[in-house]
Write a new protein. Structure first.
Lengths: 263, 66
């Protein structure tokens, strides 16, 4: 997969939120096979916030994708992206501008404004967006390197609420489509890939599962399976059966038994 | 002088720099970023950026999330 001018071997991008420990995070990252990992920026508290996920990510040699999680305005998100560029020496940013506390749905207007500013400032912008096909087109038009529609709200685990919209986004996109948010289990990730998404970004479904490393392995395989299925081209959905065995050559075995048989 | 550091009022000696405040909070540099009154202070400018009365300093680091 080519994303942002780089070739990627894995189509699974990992979030880091929700892991109960850095050890669990590390085991899950290894099992996932992910190459790109997203992290947030927050105030350092008086005791230094303890060990940083960055140490784990750097030790594994993974690519850091900073995000603007928790930003509510374009202005805030642009400044957070600029701080992230300074902190991680990268122009890549997962752009997140939240518009509603209960659903964590993106604020589409602020998102587009921020995306345009950041692209102009030289950033490689990966916007977390609603599943609105028109907005996806607008984000692509202002120069985003990918579009990342939600399947369902962050942490909801419902999978893909509106697969038709994801298909519409995939159908028109000239940049990679990354299904971001809402994945609950492996079949959801496979479905995203079957719909034609180029990659999937997963945090909660792995980090909040009972066994994150095993779930990360499941997601890795699901993403691969879904991708293969998409490439292979699925059969049409039918109301009635379509026989898989030809009727020709069928023997006639429903005949009366002979006298000798009944003795 | 009084400066706000991550939302808390701190008494600092006159002439204190961004670099000096960052050192009191963390030994790390990678993954750390600083904004002074909302504007990014590049790492190279931390030692030479002196703080002034009433300014607001945000010192951020990488955390799990997103």
């Amino acid at each position: 997969m080519n994303l942002g001018g780089r070739a990627w071997g894995s189509r699974l991008i990992m979030g880091t939120g929700g892991f109960r420990s850095l050890e669990e995070l590390e085991r899950a990252l290894v099992a996932s096979g992910a190459e790109m990992v997203t992290v947030a920026l927050r105030r350092i508290d008086a005791n230094g916030n303890g060990p940083s996920p960055l140490q784990v990510i750097d030790r594994l040699g993974l690519f850091v994708l900073p995000n603007t999680a928790g930003c509510y305005t374009a202005r805030e998100a642009v400044r957070t992206a600029q701080l992230a560029r300074e902190a991680f020496a990268t122009d890549w940013i997962k752009l997140e501008v939240i518009g509603d506390d209960r659903t964590l749905h993106p604020d589409s207007v602020e998102l587009l404004v921020a995306a345009e500013k950041l692209v102009a400032d030289g950033f490689t912008v990966l916007p977390y967006t609603s599943d609105d096909p028109v907005l996806a087109r607008r984000l692509e038009a202002v120069g985003c390197a990918a579009v990342m529609p939600l399947g369902s709200p962050i942490g909801a685990g419902r999978g893909i609420d509106n697969p038709h919209h994801i298909r519409l986004i995939v159908e028109q996109a000239q940049v990679p489509v990354v299904l971001d948010a809402g994945i609950g289990t492996a079949s959801d990730a496979a479905m995203a890939m079957e719909l034609g998404c180029d990659a999937v970004l997963i945090a909660s479904a792995i980090s909040r599962s009972d066994d994150p490393a095993t779930m990360a392995q499941a997601m890795k395989l699901a993403v691969e399976a879904g991708r293969y299925a998409h490439q292979a081209g699925r059969i049409p959905v039918r109301l009635h059966a379509q026989a898989s065995t030809p009727p020709a050559g069928r023997p006639d075995l429903d005949v009366p038994r002979t006298v000798s048989d009944t003795v | 002088m009084t400066v706000s550091v991550n939302g808390e009022r701190r008494e600092l000696p006159d002439g204190a720099t961004v670099a000096e405040v960052v050192t009191t909070l963390t030994g790390e540099e990678r993954g750390v970023a600083v904004a002074l009154n909302g504007e990014v202070v590049p790492r190279s400018a931390w030692p030479t950026t002196a703080l002034a009365e009433g300014q607001s300093l945000e010192v951020l680091k990488a955390v799990q999330g997103g």
